[in-house]
Design a protein around this ligand. Structure first.
Ligand code: GLY
Length: 584
């Protein structure tokens, strides 16, 4: 194998970094720092850096990094899953590319009911749990829109990593062990993630994926058609049928990534760009920012942290109550435009009191339902629960990409399509499989997010960008972690825009999370200890006194971000994971 070649490959990539540094110090590079990348894995970040240095732009770099992540961090994302992508092009145009998985045409509202009861094991594991994989369609659309390098060259690093093998990361090894029983049910998954004696691959051991390398090569050489119209679609549909699944070749043929209209909201002196349905992230970040705007957030962060966290918790509850009731795929249900109305958001806070947690929060009643397809999100004219991954890239022409990719929970539905190395997603669990039944993240939903043929499940993925008063990008952020994505992204924005934190500090700061139901305020007690941002026992006691049911948590979400100050970019990866960020 493989191990030796892998280390040679890593060394080669590291060499690129070193040589970039020496070029800079010799004055070869520009003095400005205006290219950046951040991901949860050094090989993915280095792949983005290599692309940026060899003539590719931020779009090319994001595609290459996403493909590498699918190989080296496959429990979180991969070509068997999907993604949501926000692109800001150097000409100022914003593009929101919806690469969300789609339910098969044979899907139905009752498909996860057994004996009249919802059976979440069917939406979380096995052949019924997957929607049509959509990442390849989305990256194809990104590339067609604004890529510069040849399509096939964007697959090189991922192919090499799969063929040569990579050392299994701590989280890869941990999640293989935690999902071992389900993974072992599928021979092609078993063959990749377990030794021939049946023991799981451990941290640092080589993870070799020759079938996946060959699949990537086929897509690189024959295009996305190979995946959606050709051998992959046939093989995947045939195998799923043989084990009780419902996706068909026609579902693959019908799949299209879609360009949607991004959500644009003013927050103080900035414009915040968010992702529309089928994401809930853009709407609820905008809504929460509008609820927060009247308050002196920056001052409270520093001098009245319990007031800051109390307020955050209250806006989170109100936003997630609306999410549970109103949000779904806007190609199928009416998502009210009024959710983004400033007055509506302020009215939602009418019953906020600064001395007590609100006990009875229900969804609000926004106006201006725009109807299907005309509503929000309609296609535009033109270690725990930290699943999913967010990556970000920027180039020296002013192209920026925020891209969140996922197979949903760790290793998706655990089914690998034999002979392809492709692990399929379990995104069907992001539907509300029955009203009131919580999904893997404890989220409940309504009819708006019920399963339907050809429908896309609601997502929390929140690729976000912030523009300054002149329309230039200053900040981009996004996260992994199910519904915690929305609140984590919000808190990174607030730390930079209101708190004046550096982006690295903002990403590292401890965070809180409330999702309305269950009524629990999660807080990170292991991060920021000894810094001004620590959620100290004193702050905890004050929040308890206000009536918040507190629960200490490990890492809640993993964020990556890029910040521009003048001509200098700073990229930041979350210290909660073992990623890497580069700016030069
Ligand atoms: N699968 C996680 C999300 O899209 O929210």
């Amino acid at each position: 194998m493989s191990t030796r070649r892998f280390f040679l490959q890593s060394a080669a990539l590291c060499g690129l970094l070193l040589s970039a540094k020496s070029r800079r110090s010799s004055g070869f590079d520009k003095l400005t720092v205006n290219r950046g990348a951040a991901t949860v894995h050094p090989l993915a970040t280095q792949s983005a850096a290599r692309i940026l240095r060899s003539g590719g732009n931020a779009i090319d770099a994001a595609i290459s990094a996403a493909l590498v992540l699918g190989v080296v961090d496959g429990h979180n994302s991969g070509i068997g899953g999907g993604c949501l992508v926000l692109i800001r092009r150097s000409n100022g145009q914003i593009h929101a590319i919806d690469g969300r998985e789609m339910a098969g045409l044979a899907a139905s509202e009752g498909m996860f009911l057994r004996g009249g009861k919802a059976d979440a094991s069917l939406s979380q594991n096995g052949p019924l749990a997957c929607g049509v994989p959509s990442q390849i369609a989305a990256i194809k659309q990104m590339h067609t829109l604004a890529g510069r390098m040849a399509w096939k060259d964007l697959f090189t690093d991922a192919q090499k990593a799969a063929f040569n093998g990579v050392a299994a990361s701590k989280s890869v090894a941990r999640t293989i062990a935690s999902e071992a029983d389900e993974l072992r049910k599928y021979p092609a998954s078993s063959a990749i993630y377990f030794h021939t004696d049946g023991t799981a691959i451990r941290e640092g051991e080589p993870l070799v994926q020759k079938d996946l390398a060959s699949t990537l090569e086929s897509i690189a050489l024959q295009g996305s058609e190979w995946f959606y119209e050709g051998p992959f679609a046939s093989k995947c549909a045939g195998y799923l049928k043989s084990i009780g699944g419902i996706l068909t070749r026609e579902d693959f043929l019908a799949y299209r990534s879609k360009e949607r209209t991004a959500i644009r909201t003013k927050y103080r002196d900035h414009e915040v760009i968010g992702f529309p349905p089928p994401s809930s992230g853009g709407i609820h970040i905008a809504q929460m920012l509008m609820m927060l705007e009247p308050y002196p957030i920056g001052a409270w962060m520093r001098s009245r942290p319990e007031a800051y966290y109390h307020l955050l918790c209250e806006v989170m509850k109100r936003a997630f109550a609306d999410r549970a009731y109103w949000l779904g795929d806007s190609d199928f249900v009416d998502v009210p435009q009024g959710l983004l109305d400033r007055e509506y958001s302020r009215n939602r806070m009418a019953n906020f009191v600064d001395s007590q947690s609100s006990m009875q929060i229900e969804h609000g009643t926004p106006g201006d339902s725009m109807g299907r397809n005309g509503a929000l999100g309609a296609p535009s004219s033109a270690e725990d629960l930290k699943h999913t991954t967010h990556l970000t890239t920027a180039d020296d022409e002013g192209n920026w990409v925020a891209m969140t990719c996922t197979v949903n929970t760790s290793w998706g539905c655990k089914v690998t399509v034999p002979g392809t190395g492709v692990m399929l997603n379990n995104q069907m669990d992001d539907f509300s499989i029955s009203p009131g039944t919580p999904n893997a993240f404890g989220l409940v939903g309504s009819q708006a997010n019920a399963v339907g043929p050809g429908k896309r499940p609601l997502s929390s993925m929140s690729p976000t960008m912030v523009l300054d008063a002149t329309g230039e990008p200053v900040l981009t952020a996004g996260a992994a972690g199910g519904p915690r994505i929305i609140n984590a992204t919000l808190q990174v924005l607030l730390r930079v825009l209101d708190g004046g934190c550096s982006v690295s500090e903002a990403v590292a700061c401890p965070r809180v999370h409330h999702q309305w139901q269950p009524d629990v305020l999660l807080f990170e007690d292991q991060f920021g200890v000894g810094t001004p941002w620590e959620i100290s026992p004193g702050i905890q006691a004050n929040l308890s006194r206000l009536g918040h049911p507190l629960k200490a948590s490990g890492s809640l979400a993993i964020c990556q971000a890029i910040h521009r100050q003048g001509d200098r970019l700073t990229a930041a990866h979350d210290p909660r994971a073992q990623g890497q960020s580069l700016a030069e």
